[in-house]
Unconditional design. Structure first.
Length: 473
């Protein structure tokens, strides 16, 4: 079989990163292997996101730039996948004559057949069919990057929550969960390939399996916790309304479950939460945060916020700032509200000026930066175990990293803090020595966006796990 070059460009969330890997996996048997060089690719796939208007614009401007490449290389197949493809369908073919294929979020497993047809007859195809059930349940594992220690595994797709600002239920379809046995097969396959950490993905993992009568999410976690060779489990995203007592308890008893919960609240005001259709209140949210911290005192909590939702008053925005001060998050993502074509809030009155949204976003980020800085500072002098992910590109000008003859590494703590540390290169001379190992790091310096430390001992853990590599100390 002739080898062909495939370039996949991914915009958006972890789901899209996972999907890109699946796309590479389903096309590999046809001879497609990955390239970073777009100009030389036989096929370019743009894996798009439409969660906010900016992401959609980014997809179209990238696609626009591909027209030139296609003109220079007419044999190139240009395909558009992901949420913009699902939303726009055949309108993309009309708007962009250089696009050959538009495939929606449920069409990944039909790709080989479609690509074969295009290769044979240069036809143009649109497939944006959505189904309520998962027709193909894998596992298909695409290639891992060199030294990759962590992988995403999707456990469910779609969403039934219909938050009024959100396009996801419209472009990813109804919620459907994968069978636990298939999920476990895929994780075991990744572990055999060398990964140490898995992040389970879903729009609302807390409702995993409910619809299909499969196991509950905490029971799935128990099974994943039992996989030999896997060291860490993460998951995202949890909807606060469905965060159960049992899941909170799991943080106290599953040793592989990382001490981090991403619990998007979106707003600190009950009126806004109601109009967002979030179906929890500020108080019930705060109550769950308290229970999480009682069960797992060192748990890191992060969140998503939307500022400038239609009708949001200054007072309501202040309630959001007040919530941030109360919770003292370890980190957050904040977005200016953006109208999406199929989301109900697009028709809501009381749209907020862009300039006000920008001010609110800045105020919120400034507040959180101060909190993060203070929280980082409390880690100085403490030893944290990190899973080493590879060498680091960040530079610390006042630390060891600026000294010659050191290699600078990056790892992540259980609570998802990124820690950089430097090791003299006579102790760790090659990437292969540290990547994938656990290391004890003494945190020595804390900045607003990073932590820096020193290797104090390794490797970690009484029993070396499958694939664990020794490290210098
Ligand atoms: N399912 C997750 C949840 O319920 O939190 C999040 C899904 S979404 C991919 C990620 C984040 O994008 C949301 O938490 C929200 O903060 C933000 N978002 C979604 N729609 C938005 C919109 N129309 N404008 C601005 N931000 C939006
Ligand atoms: Fe969107 Fe809400 Fe579903 Fe999250 S829970 S994907 S924000 S509709």
């Amino acid at each position: 079989m002739n080898s062909k070059l495939l370039h996949i460009s991914t915009i958006g969330c972890q789901m899209n990163v996972y999907d890109a890997n699946q796309i590479a996996g389903v096309l590999a048997p046809m001879g497609y292997c990955g390239t970073d060089d777009i100009a030389s690719a036989d096929m370019v796939i743009v894996n798009t996101c439409t969660i906010r208007e900016k992401a959609e614009q980014k997809a179209f401007s990238f696609l626009g730039r591909l027209a030139k490449l296609k003109a220079a290389n007419p044999a190139m197949i240009v395909a558009v996948g992901g949420c913009v493809a699902q939303q726009e369908g055949k309108a993309i073919l009309k708007r962009m004559p250089h696009v050959d294929l538009v495939f929606g979020t449920h069409a990944i497993f039909r790709l080989p057949e479609m690509v074969r047809r295009i290769e044979a007859s240069r036809c143009r195809i649109v497939d944006v069919r959505l189904s309520d059930t998962i027709e193909f349940d894998g596992p298909v594992a695409g290639p891992l990057a060199d030294g990759q220690v962590s992988a995403f595994v999707t456990i469910m797709r779609g969403c039934d929550n219909f938050c009024t600002y959100c396009v996801v239920p419209h472009v990813r379809g109804r919620e459907a969960s994968r069978h636990p046995d298939r999920i476990l097969d895929e994780i075991r396959m990744r572990v055999d390939q060398g990964i140490r950490e898995v992040t389970l993905l879903g729009q609302n993992v807390n409702s995993y399996g409910n619809k299909e009568g499969l196991c509950r999410f905490y029971e799935l976690l128990e099974r994943v916790n039992g996989i030999d060779g896997l060291s860490r489990i993460r998951f995202t995203t949890s909807h606060p309304k469905d965060l159960s007592r049992e899941l909170i308890d799991a943080f106290g008893r599953l040793e592989k479950l990382c001490h981090h919960m991403h619990l998007p609240v979106q707003s600190g005001d009950d009126g806004i939460l109601k109009r967002m259709n979030r179906r929890y209140t500020r108080d019930s949210y705060l109550d769950k945060i308290e229970r999480l911290r009682t069960t797992c005192p060192d748990i890191a909590i992060t969140s998503d916020f939307i500022v400038g939702f239609p009708g949001e008053t200054d007072r309501q925005f202040q309630a959001t700032l007040d919530l941030i001060e109360k919770v003292r998050y370890d980190g957050l993502f904040a977005f200016m509200y953006s109208d999406r074509p199929s989301a109900p809030a697009t028709a809501f009155s009381g749209k907020i000026d862009e300039s006000v949204k920008k001010e609110r976003l800045q105020a919120l980020l400034d507040l959180q930066t101060g909190i993060t800085r203070e929280k980082h500072q409390t880690l100085v002098g403490q030893i944290r175990e990190v899973l080493v992910e590879g060498t680091s590109r960040s530079l610390d000008t006042d630390g060891l990293a600026s000294v010659d003859h050191t290699i600078q590494w990056t790892g992540r703590t259980s609570s998802n803090h990124i820690v950089h540390f430097a090791v003299p290169d006579d102790q760790a001379t090659g990437k292969e020595l540290l990547t994938g190992a656990f290391a004890n790091i003494m945190i020595e310096r804390a900045h607003a966006h990073s932590l820096w430390g020193r290797l104090v001992q390794g490797p970690m853990g009484a029993t070396p796990e499958k694939g664990e590599k020794p490290i210098a100390a």
